[in-house]
Design a protein around this ligand. Structure first.
Ligand SMILES: *[C@@H]1O[C@H](CO)[C@@H](O)[C@H](O)[C@H]1NC(C)=O
Ligand SMILES: *[C@@H]1O[C@H](CO)[C@@H](O)[C@H](O)[C@H]1NC(C)=O
Ligand SMILES: *[C@@H]1O[C@H](CO)[C@@H](O)[C@H](O)[C@H]1NC(C)=O
Ligand SMILES: *[C@@H]1O[C@H](CO)[C@@H](O)[C@H](O)[C@H]1NC(C)=O
Length: 252
């Protein structure tokens, strides 16, 4: 049952190692900041994870699992972004306890004067599903609302892939894997608030009814929805650990 996971992990390790040697640029990428060319859909590795389409349906709390792990961001030239991630965290202490998480959020982005890039999600729309075979609750879908800060970013031409490569450096300066341009104009869900009381063109009465529908669907599918703020923070902590793990891998 875990052999596909092992294969994916090995593959992503190889990818990360290869990619970090391709893109050595770290630190100051301001010369490569080009707002015009930020527009589009960007995806890591072979492009298996992409924003838009059916990756996430925030209305009924569902994800369509891609066949490979990865990261994707889209940006519009009018200040909107979308984020999609599907990742595994290895557990060195117990290899059977590999955690998978899939997350999606969208909202607005801002280019700051010091070269950093901030993402401000629409808080009602973000979703995350965590699969932890060793936890009491093994299949948790909940809200996800995580402001993101990239210290620096830049776009280069990757001559091996013959593609534009977006380099994002995390808040602490650690580079993410390069993201390749896969679509321009970007593939995104509508860049408006899609769920909750502030949803565009949606009365709050109707969204309450939909929430009830969601509960029913989730009972049927066996997925568990946790709507408490506490759980969101617990999950955010887990993601923090995941990012640490990821940057750990990239240091190899
Ligand atoms: C920015 O990107 C656009 C689109 O790729 C390109 O046409 C333009 O020349 C770039 N500008 C600079 C200053 O590199
Ligand atoms: C959520 O809605 C989409 C689109 O209507 C549908 O394809 C999908 O099966 C639904 N998922 C669940 C879990 O109800
Ligand atoms: C860069 O600017 C942003 C927005 O003003 C700020 O939040 C961030 O702390 C700044 N980063 C540094 C390294 O000064
Ligand atoms: C809806 O919009 C109001 C006014 O901007 C804001 O105060 C509130 O926090 C929003 N609610 C949600 C769930 O986003």
């Amino acid at each position: 049952m875990f052999s596909p996971i092992n294969t994916i992990l090995t593959a992503s390790l190889l990818t990360l190692t290869t990619l970090t040697s391709v893109v050595k640029a770290q630190g100051d990428l301001s010369a490569l900041n080009n707002i015009t060319s930020l527009t589009g859909t960007w995806s890591s590795g072979s492009g298996g994870v992409q924003t838009g389409g059916s990756f996430c349906n925030p209305q009924n709390f569902s994800f369509t699992y891609p066949t490979t792990t990865g990261i994707s961001y889209s940006f519009t030239d009018d200040g909107h972004f979308e984020e999609a991630q599907y990742r595994y965290n290895a557990n060195p202490a117990d290899p059977r306890c590999i955690t998978a998480f899939i997350l999606w959020q969208h909202g607005r982005y801002q280019l700051n004067n010091n070269g950093s890039l901030s993402l401000f999600p629409f808080s009602a729309d973000g979703r995350i599903q965590v699969q932890d075979p060793c936890a009491a609750v093994t299949n948790l879908i909940t809200y996800y609302d995580q402001m993101v800060m990239f210290q620096d970013w830049g776009i280069q031409v990757d001559s091996i892939k013959a593609s534009y490569a977006l380099q994002l450096n995390a808040f602490d300066g650690k580079p993410l894997p390069p993201l390749y341009l896969v679509a321009n104009p970007p593939n995104m869900l509508p860049t408006v608030i899609l769920t909750g009381v502030n949803a565009t063109g949606q009365a709050s009465k109707r969204s309450l009814d939909e929430d009830e529908e969601v509960e029913k669907l989730q009972k049927r599918s066996g997925a568990i929805s946790e709507r408490g703020v506490g759980s969101v923070q617990a999950v955010a902590g887990l993601i923090g650990a995941g990012l640490l793990m990821m940057t750990g891998l990239m240091g190899l």
